[in-house]
Design a protein around this ligand. Structure first.
Ligand code: ADP
Length: 560
């Protein structure tokens, strides 16, 4: 701005200088020219008067007087009668001279002629006498060009001085004008016409800027508040959230999205497709940007994610997309287990029912011999018992699943429960020639007696069932720090390495072919696992094939 003001003032000064010089030169020249012309006319008039009264003798007298002007006397036919500078007879006819012709016609004539170099000009003034002859005065002086050339050096000197002075003045004025403006801080919250000292002409502008500044500050505060609110919501989401524009470039994301996609914090302007290579993820983004709702599952890093992508519209045009990423690994696993469980339950229920139905059909059709009927009834009873046991176990498991067992835990004497279980299973152990030894410290755990009973029962029963003829089962209950450890050890057949993790799954059995004769539903260890989880206990299994198995449950300390 300083520069522009400086240039403007300087330019005006130069223009004023040039114009004023030109005008003053022109006016002076005009003035002096007119002055000369008037003098010439006056002189011509006097000479004319002299000639009229004294004739040529007057001119002879004048020859000896110094006169600036050249005097020529021309007869009416153009013949030069007298000339003050050269002999008259050397001069040709003067009728072709403009001023002579004009004087002959109208009484007087004037004409100006320039020298070849235009440096001098000759003003000729002719006056007709009463006898028809013409007297002419010619005065030669410097032309305007000569005048200009002679004044060139002083003009240039003045111009240099004027240019320098006006340049300095222009700079000073420009600085002075812009100083109060440069001092203004338009972003300052203090910018207000009442607090800022500047030109009063700027007051309306300052008021407007101050008002706009205030509005911008308020909008920024509001924006920041919304950004924080949005980020507080999205950062606390376990789901991943991504917002992209129509070119799939990231506009916004939460850290959950990067965590689930296995991406590192990134520049928000990159393409979202660079965050993960999964084709399903890419398809979901593309479908949403095409304006379609997309819901896809993608497997990544041993986990399953659901991607829900929706287009964002602005005036019926898809301008971007919002993607929600959910970790559905557990849900998927639960769904798979539920499906497998239903299939297993149907299968397990069908087997005894088919036997029951077969034996009953034989009796109904009279195919069975009367002496076999008792045997068949026994089979039917046995299968029905198995069925009842199975349904019982399924019910227990589903109760544990749905947490429908009363949650209120209380101190339960685990040693008493274990002793009772050992008693109840004593006949079973006898039948299989297995010796059950217990070493129980009187200890309590926080829990539900019925579930604890089922857990201990299943563990001891398995230790008997999967034992060898004459084998042993050792059940111990002891304190481990503030915690309580129940250990059931047997000298039985053991569990192969590959099956150790899976025996806690529902309906999983190591030896499916012998399961019928050994009995059991395949749900016992599953009940133990869920029961342990319910009590906050940790379960460990150690087994050596052919030598035996140790399963132990570590209960948390009782807080009384
Ligand atoms: P089941 O009703 O068949 O006993 P469980 O869930 O109690 O079902 O046990 C699952 C499987 O784990 C059993 O079929 C058996 O193969 C194996 N198992 C359980 N306990 C023992 C053990 N103490 N010794 C050897 N194998 C065992």
């Amino acid at each position: 701005m300083t520069k522009r003001i400086f240039h403007s003032i300087f330019l005006v000064a130069i223009v004023v200088l040039i114009v004023s010089m030109a005008v003053s030169l022109g006016v002076s020249y005009q003035y002096f020219s007119r002055h000369y012309d008037e003098q010439l006319k006056d002189e011509a008039y006097y000479i004319a008067c002299g000639l009229e009264s004294e004739g040529e003798g007057y001119l002879q007298k004048l020859e000896h007087k110094s006169s600036r002007a050249r005097i020529t006397w021309v007869a009416a036919d153009g013949t030069v009668l007298f000339d003050s500078t050269v002999p008259a007879e050397t001069l040709g006819n003067h009728l072709d001279r403009e001023e002579i012709r004009a004087a002959l016609e109208s009484g007087e004539g004037m004409a100006t002629r320039y020298s070849d170099t235009l440096t001098r000009e000759t003003v000729n003034y002719a006056l007709r006498l009463s006898d028809g002859s013409v007297v002419r005065l010619s005065d030669t002086h410097d032309s305007l060009l000569t005048l200009l050339l002679s004044l060139l050096i002083p003009i240039l000197a003045v111009a240099v001085v004027v240019v320098t002075v006006s340049g300095l003045l222009a700079y000073g004025i420009a600085r002075k004008v812009t100083k109060p403006l440069n001092r203004l801080d338009f972003s300052s919250p203090m910018l207000h016409p009442e607090t800022v000292k500047t030109y009063k002409e700027l007051t309306p502008l300052l008021s407007r800027i101050a008002k706009q500044n205030q509005q911008i500050r308020e909008q920024l505060v509001e924006l920041e508040r919304r950004r924080k609110e949005f980020s507080a919501i999205t950062e606390n989401m376990s789901e991943g959230l991504l917002v992209v524009d129509s070119n799939a470039c990231l506009l916004s994301y939460n850290s959950g999205a990067l965590r689930l996609l296995g991406a590192t914090p990134t520049d928000p302007t990159v393409s979202v497709l660079t965050l993960n290579d999964s084709p399903d993820f890419h398809l979901a983004v593309e479908e949403a940007l095409d304006g379609r709702h997309s819901a896809r599952q993608m497997a990544y890093d041993d986990r399953t994610y659901q991607i829900i992508a929706n287009p964002v519209y602005d005036k019926n045009e898809a301008v971007g997309a919002v993607l929600l990423i959910l970790d559905v690994t557990e849900r998927e696993a639960r769904d798979r287990l539920r499906r497998e469980f239903s299939a297993n339950v149907s299968h397990e229920l069908k087997t005894p029912l088919t036997s029951i139905s077969g034996f009953a059909e034989m009796i109904r059709m009279g195919i069975a011999r009367p002496e076999d009927i008792g045997h068949f009834a026994g089979k039917i009873h046995g299968e029905a018992q198995r069925l009842l046991g199975l349904i019982d176990d399924i019910l227990k498991l589903s109760q544990l699943d749905e947490n429908s067992i009363p949650r209120s835990k209380e101190p339960v004497d685990l040693s008493a429960i274990t002793a009772q279980v050992a008693d109840r299973l004593a006949s079973t152990a006898d039948r299989r020639s297995v010796k059950v030894e217990t070493k129980l410290t009187s200890l309590k755990v926080m829990g539900v007696a019925q579930i604890l009973d089922e857990m201990v029962y299943n563990l001891v029963e398995n230790a008997i069932k999967y034992n060898k003829e004459g084998g042993n089962v050792y059940v111990t209950l002891e304190k481990e720090g503030a915690k309580v450890r129940l250990t059931v050890r047997d000298t039985g057949i053991g569990i192969p390495d590959a099956d150790r993790q899976r025996v806690f799954e529902r309906f999983y059995r190591v030896d499916k072919s012998h399961s019928k004769e050994i009995g059991g539903t395949g749900l016992g260890l599953s009940i133990v696992k869920h029961g342990a989880a319910f009590h906050g206990a940790t379960l460990t299994l150690d087994s050596t094939l052919g030598q035996g198995t140790v399963i132990s449950v570590l209960f948390p300390a009782v807080e009384l």
